[in-house]
Design a protein around this ligand. Structure first.
Ligand SMILES: O=C(O)C[C@@H](Cc1ccccc1)[C@H](O)SCc1ccccc1
Ligand SMILES: [Zn+2]
Length: 156
C-alpha cells in the first residue's frame, strides 16, 4: 500500500491543535500502522498524525543511534495517544533536530532534559513514565506537532 503524503510546513493542519482520540478501534490501529511505515521509509525517529493530514492527537516515537545522536538508545516504535506532559526538568539541553515537514533542514533546538509524561496506548490504557535525553527530545518534538507548533517556531 502507498505511503501517506507528508504535510509540509505552511499547510494549515500543521498549525492546528490536534483532536483527542475517543475511539480505540481498528481504524486507529490502521492509521498508526500507516504512520509507522511513513516514519520508517523516511528513516525518522518520530511522526505525528497531523504530518499525514490527520487531526488526531496521536504520534509514533522510536529511537536508534544516528549520526547526530550516536549514543541514542535503540527503542522500538511506541504509539502515543492523547499525550500529556505533567512535569519538566528545569535543565534544558540544546540539540540538532530535523523535521519531516521541513525537509532537508536542521535546527538547533533547546528541550527539557527530562520530562514526566502520561499517554494512552492503542488499547486506551494509560501509561505514565519519565523520559530523558534523546527520547525526551523526540516526545517534545512530536508533542509540539499536536499543539500546532513546528521547529520553525522554536529554532534558536
Ligand atoms: O518531523 C518529525 O516529527 C520527525 C523528526 C523526529 C525528530 C525529533 C527530534 C529530534 C530529531 C528528529 C525527524 O525528521 S526524524 C529524522 C531525524 C532522525 C534523527 C536525527 C535527526 C533527524
Ligand atoms: Zn517534525
Amino acid at each position: 500500500p502507498p505511503l501517506l503524503p507528508i504535510a509540509l510546513v505552511g499547510e494549515a493542519i500543521l498549525g492546528q491543535t490536534a483532536i483527542a482520540v475517543q475511539h480505540f478501534n481498528a481504524e486507529l490501529a490502521h492509521l498508526a500502522e500507516q504512520m509507522s511505515a511513513c516514519m520508517e521509509a523516511a528513516k525518522g525517529v518520530g511522526i505525528a498524525a497531523p504530518q499525514v493530514h490527520s487531526p488526531l492527537a496521536l504520534f509514533i516515537m522510536a529511537s536508534r543511534p544516528n549520526e547526530r545522536y550516536p549514543d541514542a538508545p535503540n527503542m522500538a516504535p511506541v504509539v502515543v495517544v492523547n499525550p500529556q506532559i505533567i512535569n519538566v526538568s528545569s535543565e534544558l539541553v540544546s540539540g540538532e533536530e530535523g523535521c519531516l515537514s521541513v525537509p532537508g533542514q536542521r535546527f538547533t533546538i533547546q528541550r527539557h532534559q527530562a520530562i514526566e509524561v502520561r499517554y494512552q496506548n492503542l488499547q486506551g490504557e494509560w501509561q505514565q513514565t519519565e523520559l530523558t535525553g534523546f527520547i525526551a527530545r523526540i516526545f517534545q518534538h512530536e508533542f509540539d506537532h499536536l499543539q500546532g507548533i513546528t521547529l520553525l517556531e522554536r529554532s534558536l
